[in-house]
Design a binder for this molecule. Structure first.
Ligand code: IPE
Ligand code: IPE
Ligand code: MG
Length: 242
């Protein structure tokens, strides 16, 4: 697949990978089969993003609310995440991908933390695509955590109230190392953010697609990039040619 036609490639694309359960249900399969197939779609999306020259890809893999799913689905998803990292880490390393886990580390098991840490450490010096994996991620939890960090600095005198700026908040989030997403793609057709990147999405372009995540391929990705390149981003200003 060639480079995006419009030439206006977003620096940071974030994806809400939704629709695994529906994909499975349509085939009269258990939900977990949809999650397993979803990993294949993720692998091809990572490769495609990298080939298109996108600098950062953030994928929503498991939300802070997803713990409320049936125990067996949660266990399956945690296990799938671990296995996928173990299986894919060599190839991701070779492809020069830098992996960063964005999410709450405090409430996950030491076994999972170990897998996260080793994936991050192994790829920390890579200079290609930055792949932010949002796992145990919730934007409200992220903002609560950032608020606590900032409040602590004010209390200890390390910072003054006046130092709390918009940049200071951005720098206190899990995504501090990344620019705000230019484009957010949501598969599965729902028109909502589901607690994803609430602060960072202030001026993101949003493309919602009906395709279910396991079916998402290069053609869909390319379509979303084309759609993005046709958007006029005004950031609250008046149109350029008026
Ligand atoms: C997205 O697919 C994957 C996760 C949230 C982990 P879903 O499992 O939400 O699939 P649907 O929305 O029920 O089809
Ligand atoms: C959002 O999908 C979370 C992920 C894709 C990981 P959900 O399926 O959890 O969101 P809702 O419940 O439809 O809002
Ligand atoms: Mg869903």
């Amino acid at each position: 697949m060639g480079k995006n036609k419009g030439g206006n490639v977003p620096k940071h694309v974030a994806i809400i990978m939704d629709g695994n359960g529906r994909w499975a249900r349509k085939r009269v399969m258990p939900r977990f089969m949809g999650h397993r197939q979803g990993v294949k779609a993720l692998k091809s999306a990572v490769r495609y993003a990298s080939n298109q020259g996108i600098a950062t890809l953030t994928v929503y893999a498991f939300s802070t609310e997803n713990w409320q799913r049936p125990q067996e689905e949660v266990t399956f998803l945690l296990d799938l995440m671990n296995k996928t990292f173990v299986q894919e880490i060599d190839e991701l390393f070779r492809e020069n991908v830098r992996i960063v886990l964005v999410g709450d580390r405090e409430s996950v098991s030491p076994e999972i933390l170990e897998v996260w840490d080793s994936a991050e450490k192994r790829t920390a010096e890579n200079t290609g695509l930055t792949l932010n994996v949002a796992f145990n991620y919730g934007a409200r939890q992220e903002l609560v955590k950032a608020t606590q960090l900032i409040a602590e600095k004010v209390l200890t005198g390390e910072m003054n109230l006046g130092d709390i700026t918009s940049d200071c908040i951005s720098e206190s989030l899990y995504t501090a190392h990344s620019p705000d997403p230019d484009l957010i793609i949501r598969t599965g057709g729902e028109m909502r953010l589901s607690n994803f990147l609430l602060w960072q999405a202030a001026y993101s372009e949003i493309v919602v697609m009906d395709v279910l995540w396991p079916d998402f391929n290069e053609k869909h990705f390319s379509h979303a990039l084309d759609e993005y390149s046709q958007r006029e981003r005004r950031f609250g200003k008046v149109p350029v040619k008026e």
